[in-house]
Write a protein that binds this ligand. Structure first.
Ligand code: ZN
Length: 260
C-alpha cells in the first residue's frame, strides 16, 4: 500500500464518528449496540474508511442519505473487526435500490450486460467492482439481529471470499494447513446441508447455502453472527473455523437472546 493511502487511512481511522451518526447506527443496527466500547471504537474507524473509499449510489429513484450509507457501512465493518484488512479492495461502488430490485426476467448488470439468470437473493455481489443491495432488505436484516438473515453480511462475505482470487467459498486463509481444515470442515457441513435440503429436513443453516460453496460461506457468515450460540452447539467445528477467520466469538458475547 502506498504511504499516502496508509496515512489517509490512519487519520480517518482515528477520527471519531459524530454522535448523531452513532444514533442512526444504534437505531438501525441493534447488533452493534451489543459490542464492547473498544469494538465500537474500532468499528467507527473502519466505517470512516469505508465511507471515504466506497461510492454509495442510489438507484431506481432512491436518494442516497447518510442513514443509508451508515447502516450499510456499519454492518460491512462488523466483518472487519479484529482483522488485518484492506477494506474490500476490489469493491468500488455500492448500488442501493429502494426495494428488492430483482425479477425473474432480464436484468441489467452494472457493466451493461443483460442476464436472464433468475435472482434468488436480495442483494448481489460481483467479483469486480460493485455490489447491489435493496434498502428495504438492508433495514429488515439489520433490525432483527438474531433471525439468521442479514443481506449486508451476506454480500460482504462474498467480497471477502473473492479476496483469495476467486469466489469459491474459501477466503484468504494465509496458510495451506488452514485451507485444508477449512475445506474439510466446510465441505463436510456443506454436504450435510445438501442432504438435509434433499430430505426436506429443517436446518439451522439457510437452505440457500446448498446452492454452491460460495453461497455456503456467505450464508454461514449470516448464521455465525446472528445465531452464534445455535451454530456453536450444532456445528461446533464450523463455528470454530469462522471464529478463527473472523477473529470474533459472538457466541460468548453479551448479546440479546437468539430467536430459536
Ligand atoms: Zn450470495
Amino acid at each position: 500500500m502506498f504511504g499516502r493511502k496508509r496515512k489517509v487511512r490512519r487519520r480517518l481511522f482515528e477520527t471519531p464518528l459524530p454522535d448523531a451518526w452513532w444514533v442512526i447506527i444504534d437505531r438501525n443496527v441493534p447488533y452493534i449496540r451489543s459490542l464492547t466500547d473498544e469494538d465500537r471504537k474500532e468499528l467507527g474507524g473502519h466505517i470512516q474508511i469505508l465511507l471515504h473509499e466506497k461510492r454509495f449510489e442510489g438507484c431506481g429513484g432512491l436518494e442516497m442519505t447518510d442513514e443509508i450509507r451508515l447502516t450499510i457501512a456499519a454492518q460491512a465493518a462488523v466483518l472487519l473487526l479484529h482483522r488485518k484488512t484492506d477494506y474490500y479492495p476490489t469493491l468500488r461502488s455500492i448500488l442501493v435500490y429502494p426495494h428488492a430490485y430483482f425479477s425473474a426476467a432480464e436484468r441489467r448488470l452494472p457493466d451493461g450486460t443483460v442476464t436472464d439468470q433468475p435472482e434468488a437473493r436480495l442483494g448481489e455481489s460481483w467479483f469486480r467492482g460493485s455490489l447491489v443491495l435493496s434498502w428495504d432488505d438492508v433495514l429488515r436484516g439489520a433490525h432483527n439481529p438474531s433471525d439468521g438473515h442479514n443481506v449486508v453480511f451476506h454480500e460482504f462475505a462474498h467480497q471477502l471470499d473473492g479476496e483469495s482470487g476467486a469466489m469459491n467459498g474459501a477466503p484468504d486463509l494465509e496458510s495451506p494447513t488452514r485451507y485444508q481444515h477449512w475445506a474439510q470442515v466446510l465441505g463436510h457441513d456443506y454436504n450435510k446441508l445438501i442432504e438435509e435440503v434433499h430430505k426436506n429436513h429443517r436446518s439451522l443453516i439457510d437452505p440457500y447455502g446448498s446452492t454452491d460453496p460460495a453461497e455456503f460461506f456467505a450464508v454461514v457468515t449470516e448464521t455465525f453472527f446472528e445465531k452464534p450460540k445455535a451454530m456453536l452447539h450444532r456445528h461446533p467445528e464450523l463455528y470454530r473455523q469462522l471464529a478463527e477467520f473472523y477473529n470474533q466469538d459472538p457466541a460468548h458475547a453479551e448479546t440479546d437472546s437468539e430467536t430459536p
